[in-house]
Design a protein around this ligand. Structure first.
Ligand code: ZN
Length: 199
């Protein structure tokens, strides 16, 4: 990969041999390997020993989980907050595992819609709750840096499964819990997905 990065620098009109760039190919490779390490993640290994049988059937919400990902169209970052909820069916997952699952799917080349779905589907499959809800709010540098969209625009994507899809009151309870104070926009847009510009 280092050779490819050096070639890229040359194509950009740079001199890969100049002082500031000499170690750049190695740094970029290391950075990209980390930012795409989610492909190799062992989800069962992460959850191993963290699924507990309990008599609890109320909503579990973990909100404001930071995520950092790379858009697959431009290889530029998109990042923001992810909010996850589920309603258990005799089984819960350790709370610290949910941000780790978010990292597994964020550390890939992604679109926000797919990442949102993958987080929800994985929790549904592994924890077997009666419903899962995931809302992600992301700032896409491919939009803001390239001037495609207004600088402060934010894409909101959601995945509602099971009882969150079937029951509007359950869904609204979750959306109310994650709503930012003084920010009516989130509530309005939470059920409509917006796409990363596909070009
Ligand atoms: Zn993009």
């Amino acid at each position: 990969m280092e050779e490819l990065i050096a070639r890229l620098l040359t194509e950009l009109g740079e001199d890969p041999g100049r002082e500031g760039l000499v170690r750049t190919p190695a740094r970029v490779e290391k950075s990209l390997r980390f930012l795409t390490s989610g492909y190799d993640a062992d989800i069962d290994g992460i959850l191993n020993g963290a699924l507990f049988t309990v008599d609890y059937s109320e909503m579990v919400v973990v909100k404001d989980i930071d995520f950092y990902s790379l858009c697959e169209h431009h290889l530029l970052p998109f990042f923001g907050k992810c909010h996850v909820a589920y309603i258990p069916q005799n089984q819960v997952v350790g709370l610290s595992k949910i941000p780790r699952l978010v990292d597994v799917f964020a550390r890939r080349l992604q679109i926000q819609e797919r990442m949102t779905n993958q987080i929800a589907q994985t929790i549904l499959e592994k924890v077997k709750p009666i419903g899962v809800a995931v809302v992600c709010e992301g700032t896409h540098l491919c939009m803001s840096m390239r001037g495609v969209e207004r600088q402060n625009s934010c894409a909101v994507t959601s995945a509602m499964l099971g009882v969150f899809r079937e029951n509007a009151r359950t869904r609204m309870e979750f959306l109310e819990l994650i709503r930012h104070r003084g920010d009516p926009q989130t509530k309005m847009s939470a059920e409509a997905g917006l796409a990363c510009v596909n070009e």
